[in-house]
Design a protein around this ligand. Structure first.
Ligand code: CA
Length: 254
């Protein structure tokens, strides 16, 4: 059968220690045009996912060597764009909750049919931009580089550690550098919600982002230009574009 174009380049990592289920998933997904790799342990899955790009991980929670919830947490931290679907035995509601809290996107209770799994994957993939759309070149602003594809923030070539929301906030502002970005846009893009109430969490995260950038600039002797984040009262924020040939001493205050 010819695979539908939707998931032509979609690779699935199957993490399942049960031979029957693993073989069924591996063969079934291949038969529908997905590329698959089947790992029987958490350790081998974590090693495998660092060797090539996977769009989807099907993760059994009951693994022989590691807790599936821990694997979910590690995957979510290191591969934020990967869809994680946990596979769990009937009645293990606590495991499902822990798995979702650890960062999984969805779950399926065994036994499930291949057609239900395929339908769930199609639904998730429809809502996601294609892989090529998620890859963008690093944004350079003065000494600051925001690399959303690698999920790195660098100042004068040195990595700055940011919390996930701080990074996402910086990424949205960097994509619109020089332009005002409204609070509503930031709430929608960073917190993924239409927010009409108080947005204190935005200000708290932004203050923390500024602090980290300032601290990194102070700790990085080669820094001459850290772009400022300007507060636009009653509207939102703007990450300033550096002027050509701008001098030292500017900060992320405002
Ligand atoms: Ca198992």
């Amino acid at each position: 059968m010819s695979p539908p174009a939707l998931h032509e380049a979609t690779r699935v990592l199957v993490v399942e220690d049960d031979d029957t289920i693993g073989r069924h998933l591996d063969a079934g997904l291949r038969g529908h045009g997905y590329g698959t790799t089947w790992c029987r342990t958490g350790r081998s899955a974590l090693a495998e996912i660092r060797t090539r790009v996977y769009s989807i991980v099907l993760l059994d929670l009951g693994l022989p060597d590691t807790d599936g919830v821990d694997i979910a947490r590690t995957l979510r931290a290191d591969f934020p764009d990967t869809l994680i679907v946990i596979l769990t035995a009937r009645g293990d509601e606590i495991d499902v909750i822990a798995g979702l809290d650890a960062g999984a996107d969805d779950y399926l209770v065994k036994p499930f049919t291949l057609s239900v799994l395929l339908a769930r994957l199609r639904a998730h993939l429809r809502r996601r931009p294609p892989a090529s759309g998620r890859s963008e070149p690093p944004i350079r602003l003065g000494d600051l580089t925001v690399d959303t594809t690698a999920r790195r923030c660098l100042l004068a070539g040195r990595d700055i550690t940011l919390r996930p929301k701080e990074f996402e906030l910086l990424a949205v502002l960097a994509r619109h550098a020089g332009a005002a970005v409204s609070r509503e846009t930031l709430m929608a893009q960073v917190w993924d919600e239409n927010w009409f109430g108080p947005t204190k969490t935005l200000d708290v995260t932004l203050a923390s982002l500024r602090r980290r950038l300032h601290q990194a600039a102070a700790d990085t002797p080669g820094t001459t230009h850290l772009p400022a984040i300007t507060t636009l009262r009653g509207h939102g924020y703007r990450l300033e574009r550096p002027e050509p040939g701008s001098g030292a001493g500017q900060g992320a205050g405002g």
